[in-house]
Design a protein around this ligand. Structure first.
Ligand code: OXD
Ligand code: MN
Length: 586
């Protein structure tokens, strides 16, 4: 703290204790700064609307660096800078950066207070918005100081808004030192250092060293009619519906299937004495994408966000309530979606000045997890929850079937390593382009991805009950360009089949890429999906898959000799199975 203050020269230093009084003081500061407003006190008590700088609306991967001593340890998928050069560059930017500002010292826990899997961080920041957000997203203040005690076992992070100019924006991870330096952005994963910087990039490095996993995964529990809850963790790239899946209102609730939320974005997992991987959610809140969130797509989060929530870059109604595109019930077919009268857009413009979309496409809600009615009774279990299935997925308009199961742990790791998805607005850059995103960790793995795959393979060999590995695709489109599967609450039907496969009862057909549900294996009652549509949803096109296999081969080349031989073998075996299937067809 003293070192940071000497460098950044703040007007004052405030240690955050996490108390209610402190939260109220921070809100006042935010409102006085002019970019934050209080929302309707009656319908949205203790809720804020924050408008970020228009140049600062998403994570910026192009200025995110892993600063390891040797470049090869960061690997081909990360930007790299030599640690001393990175420190010199950022020290120049930090110099006097907090002049006239308050420096907040934010001690925080990633994980439940009493869990051995939990780790501690301390973020120093000059952003009151970051403090208010960290209070929701992590367990912040005295509880973390108590855990640190007299040790120095915590991950330090220095954050300054700097001048918010994109040319002077950098997010640096000194992995060996377990240190984070971020400057020039106040938004999401760039600035709330506990989330992507610590809980994924630094933690994945720690997990590799210490024999555990830090993954970009939601954690959910599926309750069956007997009352037993089976836990699953699922990795999807940013903005592919992780929060909606984790908080799903099950379409099969009347049949006794219910979904419990443990986490929506990150899972830390350690092998337990029972031979299962045990997962905790290191976070305490949900930082979800607002546009498209509605009673239909995620009723649980809509109810949870009516108090103590920060909305960032959403629009606001005349009634001072948050608003975004896709928030209202489905518009009738063919009618244009009307905007509520008196709406103010995410930049505070209204009337003739208002721009569409009125909510920024990456606008967010930040809501305490404990407010969700779907929150699992075990979400703060110090021992974590035992994971029986891993689910990988992405947006694939064409290729991937609704669901398939891998043949084995190494094959499942291969399935994760070959994940791809069409891009969204969660990060800056083009939207809708297919991007390979192994385990949804491409922007978040803090070390060489070849070593990361090897770590997965090794861990699978070490545990008696590794999770079964599945792949899902809710986004397959038909020839008319229409989505084939209804998604959202209906996705529980796929989870139910996964559960049955875990229990050894689900019926399946073997295909070259893995097991898909047998024709009558999915519970489809009440859905009215034509038989041909279901066939299309589960179809494996050998030609498309052969082309895909060539693409993944090219993608793997960049990992060079750090790419595990076992995955090369999985790749070759898939090629052979596809060739056999193609020949049989001829
Ligand atoms: C997120 C992301 O915000 O993945 O969770 O971008
Ligand atoms: Mn995420």
């Amino acid at each position: 703290m003293e070192e940071s203050a000497r460098l950044t020269r703040p007007r004052e230093v405030v240690w955050c204790d996490g108390s209610e009084q402190e939260a109220e003081r921070i809100t006042k500061v935010l409102v006085d700064q002019g970019r934050t407003e209080r929302l309707n006190e009656r319908t949205y008590p203790n809720c804020l609307l924050h408008r970020s700088d228009p140049n600062d609306v998403a994570r910026t991967e192009s200025v995110t660096f892993i600063c390891t001593r040797r470049e090869e340890d960061a690997g081909p998928t990360n930007n790299w800078m030599e640690p001393a050069a990175a420190k010199e560059k950022l020290s120049a930017l930090y110099k006097g950066a907090m002049a006239g500002r308050t420096m907040y010292v934010v001690p925080y826990l990633m994980g439940p207070p009493d869990s051995p899997i939990t780790r501690v961080g301390v973020e120093i920041t000059d952003s009151a918005y970051v403090v208010a957000s960290m209070r929701i997203m992590a367990r912040m203040g005295q509880v973390a100081l108590d855990r640190i005690g007299r040790s120095n076992d915590f991950v330090p992070g220095l954050h300054s808004l700097g001048d918010l100019h994109p040319d002077r924006r950098f997010i640096m991870h000194f992995a060996e030192e377990k240190l984070i330096w971020s400057i020039g952005s106040g938004y999401g994963g760039n600035a709330l250092l506990g989330k992507k910087c610590f809980a994924l990039r630094i933690a994945s490095w720690m997990a590799h060293e210490q024999g555990w996993l830090a993954e970009h995964m939601l954690i959910l529990g599926l309750e069956d009619p007997s009352g037993k809850v089976t836990y699953m963790a699922a990795a999807f790239p940013s903005a592919c519906g992780k929060t909606n899946l984790a908080m799903m209102v099950s379409a099969l609730e009347k049949n006794g299937y219910r979904v419990w939320t443990v986490g929506d974005d990150i899972a830390w997992m350690q092998p337990g004495a029972d031979g299962y991987l045990h997962a905790i959610n290191p976070e305490a809140g949900f930082f979800g994408v607002a546009p498209g969130t509605s009673l239909k797509t995620n009723g649980n989060v809509i109810s949870a966000m009516h108090s103590n929530t920060i909305f960032t870059n959403t629009a606001m109604t005349a009634n001072r309530e948050p608003w975004w595109e896709g928030m209202d019930a489905e518009p009738s077919a063919g009618l244009p979606v009307g905007l509520p009268a008196g709406l103010v857009d995410w930049q505070g413009r209204s009337g003739a000045e208002l721009q569409k979309p009125a909510a920024q496409p990456n606008s967010r809600y930040t809501v305490p997890a404990r407010q969700a009615s779907s929150i699992s009774p075990r979400w703060e279990d110090p021992g974590g929850v035992p994971i029986s299935a891993f689910i990988f997925g992405g947006r694939r308009a064409r290729l991937a079937p609704l669901v398939y199961e891998s043949f084995s742990w190494p094959h499942g790791v291969f399935v994760g390593a070959t994940m791809a998805s069409e891009t969204t607005a969660a990060a800056t850059g083009a939207v809708g382009v297919t991007r390979r995103d192994p385990m949804a960790m491409l922007p978040f793995c803090g070390y060489h991805m070849g070593d990361y795959f090897e770590h997965w393979l090794t861990l699978g060999r070490q545990i008696a009950h590794p999770p079964k590995i599945f792949h899902v695709n809710w986004f397959r489109k038909g020839s008319a360009g229409k989505m084939l599967w209804p998604g959202f609450g209906e996705n529980v039907r796929v989870l139910k089949w996964i559960l049955e496969r875990v229990n050894g009862t689900g019926k399946a057909m073997e295909t070259p890429i893995g097991f898909v549900p047998a024709p009558d294996a999915l519970t489809l009652e009440g859905l009215n999906i034509p038989k041909e549509t279901m066939e299309e949803l589960l179809r494996i096109d050998t030609d498309d898959w052969t082309a895909e296999t060539e693409e993944t081969g090219k993608f793997f080349e960049q990992f060079g000799n750090r790419f595990p031989a076992e995955l090369h073998e999985e790749h070759a075996a898939l090629g052979r199975r596809l060739a056999t299937a193609a020949n049989a067809r001829k």
